[in-house]
Design a protein around this ligand. Structure first.
Ligand SMILES: [Zn+2]
Length: 281
């Protein structure tokens, strides 16, 4: 198909069946010389303009064909858009998981020590948690980053009850480990800000079922699963907008070329006439 060549480089010459032979001076000349040698430079410039005009005309003709490179690219963009819509639908129709609440086991023995090194301790059932701030010195003598607490003891994953379905257990262990960290940092921040510590917190507060997706909310009521889904949804929507814009630009470009047809045809004819004159035809 003619338009397929338009994908190639603009400067690529596809019209010559064989390379032209060098003239006696060793110069490769593709076309007849000017009748008046003084006008050779002018003729060569015209011949270059003719190549460009011919290329423009070819594009303008292609832009009016039912099949053309713009439409082909638009069809690919439409496919991408359809895929994104499928992905969005899949996100929105993900079935809600069965909520799995945890026991109301009280969190006891909450102690926040603000003397250096800052430490936070509490117990949940048999698990004793201790967190400590990194020592306030640096062996290399460099600046010290404050505010980093390290867990010294306690295993949140061990608090996941026996009866949890196997396919949700690992996710719950991970959630609980993260939620315990959130809880610990909240205790420290409350103590630092002089706010009261939470009254009667329980294990269940670290993993309340998320009303949206059925996963778990952390101590601060944040659902990592919904956040990830929202982030993916936003990315997919942005991608869809970008692709739709690209598609509009393709159509605008195709239209521009299609509208240029008569101008391109006239321009090529004018240059051809001038070339013929200079070649003495
Ligand atoms: Zn959720």
């Amino acid at each position: 198909m003619v338009w397929k060549r338009l994908f190639g480089k603009k400067t690529e010459d596809v019209s010559d069946p064989a390379p032209p032979a060098p003239d006696p001076g060793g110069v490769v000349r593709r076309r007849p010389p000017a009748a008046d040698p003084a006008l050779q430079g002018r003729l060569q410039a015209l011949q270059q303009r003719r190549d460009m005009a011919a290329y423009d005309l070819e594009r303008a003709v292609a832009a009016r064909q039912p099949e053309n490179p713009w439409r082909e690219r638009m069809a690919l963009l439409d496919l991408s858009l359809a895929t994104i819509e499928d992905d969005l639908r899949a996100l929105d129709t993900t079935p809600r998981l069965t909520p799995i609440p945890l026991p109301e086991t009280p969190i006891t023995g909450i102690t926040v020590n603000l003397e250096e090194p800052v430490s936070i301790a509490f117990a949940i059932g048999p698990e004793h948690f201790l967190w400590e701030e990194e020592a306030d010195w640096d062996q290399r003598g460099g600046p010290v980053v404050r505010g980093q607490v390290q867990q010294r003891s306690g295993n949140a994953a061990a608090l996941v009850p026996k009866g949890i379905p196997a396919d949700r257990r690992e996710a719950l262990e991970q959630h609980l480990t993260e939620s315990v960290t959130v809880f610990t940092l909240d205790l420290r921040d409350r103590a630092l800000d002089g706010e009261p510590l939470p009254a009667a917190p329980a294990l269940a507060d670290l993993a309340r079922p998320c009303p949206e997706c059925g996963n778990w909310l952390d101590w601060r009521g944040h659902c990592a699963s919904c956040a990830t889904r929202a982030w993916r949804r936003q990315n997919l929507r942005q991608e869809a907008i970008r692709i739709a814009q690209e598609r509009d630009e393709e159509e605008a470009d195709r239209y521009k070329w299609a509208e240029r047809l008569s101008v391109a045809r006239k321009r090529l004819a004018d240059i051809d006439a001038e070339v013929a004159k200079l070649e003495g035809r």
